[in-house]
Design a protein around this ligand. Structure first.
Ligand code: ZN
Length: 847
């Protein structure tokens, strides 16, 4: 299946602009009527041209221009109509069926409630419209329904029995439109902005969920305050509404004044949500709120500019979480995520630039590259221009582009104008795909230390030759006693090969390279275990301190796998020292004790020129875990006892860090005591972090049958907790049993596969069980392919996203490659495949 790609180079401004939109919704599950009244005028900056509106799956009842009926020509993607060569008012009435909308784009129903999802191109499933982000207009909306709560964007203007009217004064693209109607209750608060404006805050949920909104509401208020303090950005409407819905393809959506959230990222109580859930809720609440300025007030000219809003907003939410919690821990977690998702993407057939130049289905480009690498690029920019330069540039961005649909060129120009820095070469970060490899060598003679770097970016689909990029390399030097002799300095690499010197050193220093992970690159340097252990003990940069331990663990695992080496005493001693060092943040210690994931190890083996075998990686990782458990056996009970949090559960970073370290101790302990301590913790747990943590330890060692039943009985009525029950079993099943476990669970009456969260919790979690997914018989590939084909029939967007389970095929041996490609061919050949999954299958196979 091949659809024509859309190209950045084909961009042309809209022929018609919109001055005002009025919409009336007469809601009915099977036959909703949408009346639109749209004021069009010719775009003065463009030659006149045909009038075309986007529209999909709409039944046109009537259309008129300035009140006179017209008969447009309708096709599968919209309509054409003859129109006068001057401003005019378009009116139309269409009918749609929200209850039949299983794709969850446009207007759909979730648990008897109406809701919308319009980004990227869902508005065209609601009414005929120029559905592109560079067409911005104020919206007035009237909703008619018997349901008690009727919401749309902007401010409420009037309401009566069975109707409500909303007005959003801020011009916006259609992708930010939202409507919600349902039997909902609000948990509310107020916020006073810096300039004294009162804002009403509401989180709307189904009755019964009110007790799970406090944390999200608090995170919202902290986000609003933070954006005022850090970026000088105030909220701009009288109300800010958030709605939690159970059926949602993504995490959440920043619709103007009416954010719609996957309920997983709103609802939390100590009994039902883990520390990680609380942290994610805080980050996503912040993310969607921050979009009000970076995304909504300043939006994207076209979808190729997606990173303009997403990279920047991720960067902002990362800064926020760092301020709320610990910058060091947050940075490590972000890099773990980046490597697990974005580096993986960059190393496979789906690699694409931060700003792609072609797409078939834009939904397929909401990727780790656009989001996470997009944020890294901004972090580099900030490092290069400094904090003051960054602040000046952002201030200029907001004043110059407020109300605009902007581009990456606009964004970079603001930095050039504010700081005087030429960013021509830097811009390559937006256009070149692939993760640069940075090879480092060093030399010491006559008191002069030289660091030499070479950068090389591997080929990626459609891009063979890469030009050198600007790489900010933050380095520090330690002397052999472990004292820092050169504090963090940013070396700006611009050439393919470049050296930097440090003079006047008494002895050969130990370099700490790429501090804070100052660029999204892979550092390749021959280093000894001693040097890694030295940096783990002495580096003043917390990221590189952690990185040294991680590299040490990877080296050890690679030698265990490739040479059958024993777990190295150096690593075991180093872990003992860090784990027991009470001067270190518990959250940091927990991160050091966490071994590289099996997926991460597979890629590391490839990078070392080896072919990974997921079964061997799994078995070896377990062997190393047991060796660590034995080596730390004296320490684990003390850590477990010391890290208990007295008093009632609190989700703050301090307590969460203690629980993370305690959980880490429990996981190792479980390998020594056959799960005795975990069983006790499970029975005594009064919060989900402790309960799920103990449950996971038991499943990891092949125990926990009684807890599996008990957990279900306790939580059968809580959708979000039940998702965890599915996910843990699928994710932690022993490789040889994983596929059959998933098949059994798929028959469970609670496996409601049309719900994206539930689908991800079973099929998605199974795909992350590396050894289970990649069993040599190919059963895992078949299972996932079957489910993707099935899901594609009802929800193409989520099916397409999950097809990334197959993106690692080039890593593996010929047999696995053949089987993974065969699964992809089978998907691709399926009759009636969606454009979403079709494009993914094509790209995954390198077509
Ligand atoms: Zn976003």
């Amino acid at each position: 299946m091949t659809a024509e790609p859309i190209l950045l180079s084909d961009y042309a401004p809209p022929v018609w602009l919109v001055d005002q939109v009025s919409l009336t919704f007469r809601l009915s599950p099977g036959a909703t009527r949408v009346l639109s009244e749209i004021s069009f005028r010719p775009n003065p900056d463009r030659a006149p041209g045909a009038f075309r509106l986007d529209g999909e799956g709409l039944r046109l009842i009537a259309a008129a221009i300035d009140g006179a009926a017209v008969s447009p020509v309708i096709d599968a993607s919209g309509l054409r109509c003859d129109v006068p060569d001057r401003p005019f008012v378009w009116t139309a009435e269409v009918e749609i069926a929200p209850e039949k909308n299983t794709a969850l784009e446009g207007l759909y129903m979730s648990n008897h409630m109406y809701c919308t999802q319009c980004e990227a191109e869902g508005f065209r499933k609601i009414t005929f419209y120029p559905d592109r982000p560079d067409v911005m207009a104020p919206f007035a909306v009237r909703i008619e329904s018997d349901l008690p709560v009727l919401l749309s964007n902007g401010n409420p203007v009037a309401a009566g029995d069975g109707w409500a009217e909303w007005h959003d004064p801020w011009p916006k693209p259609a992708y930010l439109f939202a409507l919600v109607a349902g039997d909902l209750v609000a948990v509310s608060d107020d916020f006073t902005t810096a300039s004294g404006k009162q804002v009403k805050l509401n989180i709307w949920v189904r009755p019964g969920d009110q007790d799970k909104c406090d944390y999200a509401l608090d995170a919202l208020k902290r986000s609003m305050k933070w954006d005022e303090d850090s970026y000088g950005r105030e909220y701009d409407l009288d109300v800010f509404n958030i709605v939690a819905v159970d059926d949602f393809n993504m995490g959440a959506m920043e619709n103007k004044g009416l954010n719609i959230f996957n309920s997983k990222y709103v609802l939390a109580s100590p009994q039902t949500a883990t520390d990680d859930d609380f942290a994610r809720i805080e980050a996503i609440i912040a993310h969607e709120y921050f979009h009000n300025w970076t995304g909504n007030r300043i939006t994207c000219r076209d979808w190729f500019q997606l990173c303009l809003k997403e990279g920047l907003t991720v960067f902002r939410d990362q800064q926020f979480s760092g301020d709320m919690r610990s910058h060091a821990v947050k940075r490590i977690e972000d890099v773990l995520m980046l490597r697990a998702r974005q580096f993986r993407e960059d190393n496979g057939p789906l690699a694409h630039p931060v700003r792609p130049e072609a797409y078939v289905e834009i939904n397929n480009f909401y990727t780790a590259t656009v989001y996470e690498k997009g944020a890294e690029v901004i972090g580099m920019l900030k490092r290069l221009v400094g904090d003051d330069g960054y602040k000046a540039a952002l201030d200029l961005y907001f004043t110059r582009h407020d109300g605009d649909a902007a581009t990456i060129e606009d964004w970079l120009t603001v930095f050039q104008d504010a700081t005087g820095r030429d960013l021509t070469q830097f811009k390559r970060w937006y256009s070149q795909a692939g993760t640069p490899r940075l090879t480092v060598t060093d030399d010491f003679s006559n008191g002069r230390y030289t660091l030499s770097f070479e950068q090389k970016t591997p080929k990626t689909p459609g891009q063979d030759d890469k030009l050198p990029q600007v790489i900010p390399i933050a380095v520090g030097l330690l002397n052999p006693n472990g004292d820092e002799i050169v504090p963090t300095t940013v070396l700006e690499m611009t050439e393919a090969r470049q050296s930097f010197t440090f003079d006047g050193l008494a002895a050969r220093p130990v370099p700490s390279i790429l501090r804070g992970f100052s660029a999204p690159v892979i550092v390749q340097r021959d280093s000894t275990a001693q040097e890694r252990a030295f940096l783990l003990a002495h580096d003043t940069d917390p990221f590189n301190k952690w990185e040294a331990g991680r590299a040490l663990a990877k080296d050890v695992l690679i030698r265990m796998i490739s040479e059958g080496a024993a777990p190295s005493a150096g690593l075991l001693d180093a872990l003992h020292r860090v784990a027991g060092d009470d001067s270190l943040d518990p959250a940091f210690r927990a991160l050091v004790l966490r071994l590289p994931s099996e997926d991460d190890m597979a890629q590391s083996l490839v990078d070392s020129g080896l072919t990974p075998d997921p079964g061997t990686i799994h078995a070896t990782t377990r062997m190393l875990k047991t060796a660590i458990a034995r080596h730390l056996s004296d320490l684990l009970p003390r850590l477990y006892a010391d890290m208990a949090c007295p008093g009632p559960y609190r989700p703050d970073a301090g307590d969460a860090g203690r629980r993370a370290l305690r959980h880490s101790a429990l996981a190792y302990l479980s390998r020594l005591d056959a799960g005795a301590q975990a069983t006790a913790q499970y029975a005594a747990a009064d919060n989900m972090t402790d309960q799920l943590g103990a449950f996971a330890c038991l499943l990891e060692i092949g125990a926990g049958a009684a807890e599996t039943r008990a957990f279900y009985d306790q939580w059968a009525d809580d959708r979000l907790v039940l998702d965890k029950w599915f996910a843990l079993q699928a994710g932690l099943a022993a490789p040889e049993r994983a596929a059959s476990t998933v098949k059994t669970l798929a028959k469970h009456p609670d496996f409601d596969w049309k719900n994206p969260n539930r689908f991800r919790s079973l099929i998605g979690a199974f795909a992350t069980n590396a050894a289970g997914f990649h069993t040599p018989d190919g059963a895992g590939y078949d299972l996932v392919a079957d489910w993707l084909i099935r899901l594609d029939g009802v929800n193409p967007q989520t099916a397409a996203r999950m097809s990334t389970a197959f993106e690692t095929w080039p890593r593996y041996d010929a047999d696995r490659q053949d089987m993974m490609r065969a699964a992809l061919s089978r998907i691709r050949a399926h009759p009636g495949l969606s454009r979403d999954l079709g494009e993914m299958a094509d790209r995954l196979m390198g077509a």
